[in-house]
Design a binder for this molecule. Sequence first.
Ligand code: HEM
Length: 525
Amino acid sequence: MIAAWRLLALLLAIATPMQLAVTVLGADLRRTVGGRLVQLGGAALLWCVVAAALFTVTTLGAAGAAMRTVTDVPLALMAMAGLGLLAYVQRARWRWWRQRTAPDIAASGGVSAPGSLSFARGIAALGDRHYYLRGFAEHGPVFRMSQFGAPTMCVLGLERRQAIMRQHGEALGPAPLPFSRSVLRGFLRYMDDATHDHYGPLMRRAMHGGTSASLHERLQHDIRERLLRASNGSAPPATATAFIEPLVREALDLLLFGFGADGDAGDSRQAATAFARQGTAFYHVQSSRRLNATEESMLRQLDDLLAQQEQRLHADGVADTVPLGRIRTLSGSAPDDTVRQNFVFLHRIATNNVSGLMAWLLVFWSRHPDIVARIRASSGDERQRLLERFLAETLRLSQSEYTYRTVARTFVHDGMVYPAGWLVRFCVWESHRDATVFDAPTEFRLRLGDQDYAKSRFAPFGTGRHACNGADLNETLCVALLSVLVDDFDVHAEPVEPLQRAPRHWGHWQPNARLSLRITRRAHP
Ligand code: HEM
């Protein structure tokens, strides 16, 4: 290979890996995402070093002709791989370049959204909590970006989201995570409209049956027991994850399926333990891929355990107390595999969402003693209202960040074209920080005005047919935790920064993974 070709091969081999390595190994991403993404960055850097070494040895070194031929081969292969990677990271741009002349776009009369489809910038966004806010400040309320090569429209404003959903709902489809393909007829949130027409309202009605006083009592009792154990002076401070996840899982076992409702009664205790054991193992399946064979067998076992529990609830005459038991009353027949598998995944996803939210609740509780003192001074209905507002303010500032849709058919909104096949990210966290709507929107405050959390300005649970059907249950659970805390325990939660998140745009920002909780019993006068 002559020197110029060799130089070209080197540039092709390293251009894209180098750009990715520089992005991924930057301080923000290392601090916030870390893990596998950073390992990939390290691998990309190593790749560049190897390519540069091959180039140097062959071109500048004293290698003989035979040796040069040997080292040219891997360099050429690396150049081809680099070219492949370049094509991969340019997917979003090429897709748009081809699409812009397609008849549906050309005829739409809309202009393309501002912003960049750079792959590397999309990756950098993972490490920057204010990426979308900055994008809106620079480009206005709609801009485009690339999320791992998927072109994405980012949209600011709850009213805009409402208008788009209302006017173009038919042209928008779900943006399913891969695990949904392992659920018979799909996970509720990602079901096609025809299937959802049947299962959506059924599940929603089952979830909206309320929580009985005795379940409430049981829930508070279980939470108190956990807090007492954690506040035992000889116990080391619990990591937030080790404390919160089992609490949430057990609470959902109770509130969704009635496991543990009658305490330690023999038969039902065994059922609760069997479900909890399998459910805990299942919690670690990843939502970013289909289930493997072992996980599918775990899903079948959980499905069987739920079928048995459903029969037990009816035999004991307590079917009406929990969503799993209500289905038969509502539909006239026992829940089918689709319902039960949805319950299994709903439990899995809700454990994750509510655990994240509880970590934030404890952080804000620990950081705002003045607000906690105000709540402590209240009683009865007023206290309940203050606790609900504390929860709402926590949700406004954390854990509710986005909803996603896929554009099924090209449409134009406000003169801007939304091309078929693109993702739409409705930016909820950013919309909840609108200074024209909230005073001091970045501050955590106990906001007590009637309109402070009106639907038009606050929508952490989405809207429309796929709006969250666990919002009430979420409130029951979170307020139960706060109401046990309020009288009897103090919490100190540290370290919170640097905030962290999973390496995907759909992940929530969380307090630092090392967050630990020091829980102490309050001395009563
Ligand atoms: C931190 C707490 C939670 C948050 C912030 C949250 C948020 C959301 C959002 C934004 C959606 C709408 C998604 C969309 O439009 O694409 C949704 C849907 C859903 N959520 Fe939640 N959720 C939470 C807790 C729960 C809990 C505790 C449950 C159940 C136990 C639950 C069950 C569901 C279900 C089943 C759907 C889909 C409903 C359907 O498509 O018919 N969520 N959630």
